[in-house]
Design a protein around this ligand. Sequence first.
Ligand SMILES: Cc1cc2nc3c(=O)[nH]c(=O)nc-3n(C[C@H](O)[C@H](O)[C@H](O)COP(=O)(O)OP(=O)(O)OC[C@H]3O[C@@H](n4cnc5c(N)ncnc54)[C@H](O)[C@@H]3O)c2cc1C
Length: 431
Amino acid sequence: MKTIVIVGGGTAGLQLAARLGKQLGQRGLANVVLVDRYRTHLWKPLLHEVATGKLEPYIHHTSFALQARRYGFRFVQGEFTSLDRDNRTLEITTSGSDGDMQATTLAYDTLVLAIGGTTQYFGVPGASEHALALDSVAGAEHARTRIVDALRRVSSRATAADRPARASVAIVGAGATGVQLAAQVRQMSRVLSQYGIHSLDPDHGTDVRLVEASGNILPGMDRRLADRTTAELRAQGIEIMLNTRVTEVRPDCLHVAGAAPIAADVTVWTAGVTVAPVLSSIGLQVTRNGRVRVGDTLQSLEDEHIYALGDCASFRPAGEQAELPTRAQVAHQQAIYLARALPRVLAGKSVAGFTFRDRGSVISLADDMALCHLLAPGAGDGWQVQGVLATLVHRVIYRRHVLSVQGFARTAAMALSQRLERLLGAGYRLD
Ligand SMILES: Cc1cc2nc3c(=O)[nH]c(=O)nc-3n(C[C@H](O)[C@H](O)[C@H](O)COP(=O)(O)OP(=O)(O)OC[C@H]3O[C@@H](n4cnc5c(N)ncnc54)[C@H](O)[C@@H]3O)c2cc1C
């Protein structure tokens, strides 16, 4: 029986494993194996909500072991560290609680790379040391602790000196992550002040600054959506600094090209995505950011047994100048495509190439405030939607992801427990 190994259980990989497990694993048509460095999955577009305490990760996470049992695939926890293409094996490393490293070798007939991306610091001095990144649940939780600590620290300094003070949070990069995080930090600071977690002024006690090197926020997205988001962020008191290139990150400030340093009690870096170096060392063509170049069947250009999708893959549709962006929508559609294509390939049938259908973008700024640009065939430039309807669209997108990996009953149960948690709590974690 053939073995399909999927490395990475994120937006793309977990969905693919569940679908292939159901179609092939449960029917004894192929062994489906999922590898991830963690034991649980949390949908990455929620990480900025973990970073502000808007969301309790333990309610939203999905256990890989549970999914494996339900859908007929095998789960192996460990870090993908190397590949032997000649013998079609890969090495997975795990570290025990005593720090001991153990290596496991897995054989594959088909390998699917879905390891996603990681923060790109562009070599800016001090960025990887002093700025926080939202690559993982642990990283996002660390960011939350640091932001809350900074608010408390500035607040107690102000109380001791008996004069008002302002904390400052700088967010580098005004893409979807940075923009949504900025709005959440503003709201979080207000709520924590109302509950006495710090004593800074709820409306003016925290300066939130979005620092962006280009001339626009939300680069690559619809301009009308970006303009409306800009207006909304400004209305919330967030400062947007465009054409501002960070040259160094220090523990308490950012140095920028051609202007005075920007004060920052905390800096969060959301400015770019790169791929872990492991993919640059396996003899496949990669882009400058380390993304594996794939053709329209999502196979690597050199090795027909290796596929890549999501953030770690670079696919440029025919006739387009640019590769597809690193977005959940792309990862989701590619997972659905491969879940249909791989069983056909295994059965020796031909497959059509992948086509991306852009459905638009959603930006969720804070409680019940979202903005959407929706696209549909025949709808021209699409529709701009705001407010309750846009918030609903944002929730539906997340629920659809949960539904695709958890099934109806669990999705409903999770939605209910999340609703209860919201009703009983303050809207933000207070610990
Ligand atoms: C804070 C934040 C907010 C975002 N908001 C949005 C948004 O609003 N809209 C949008 O479209 N996109 C958004 N994105 C981007 C979106 O999350 C990604 O495009 C999408 O998750 C990519 O899916 P993926 O499956 O390729 O990778 P991921 O979802 O990143 O999954 C990769 C998986 O691989 C595992 N892994 C990594 N390396 C290894 C290794 N060496 N060995 C074993 N396992 C490994 C990881 O643990 C992870 O489970 C956001 C991203 C972040 C960080």
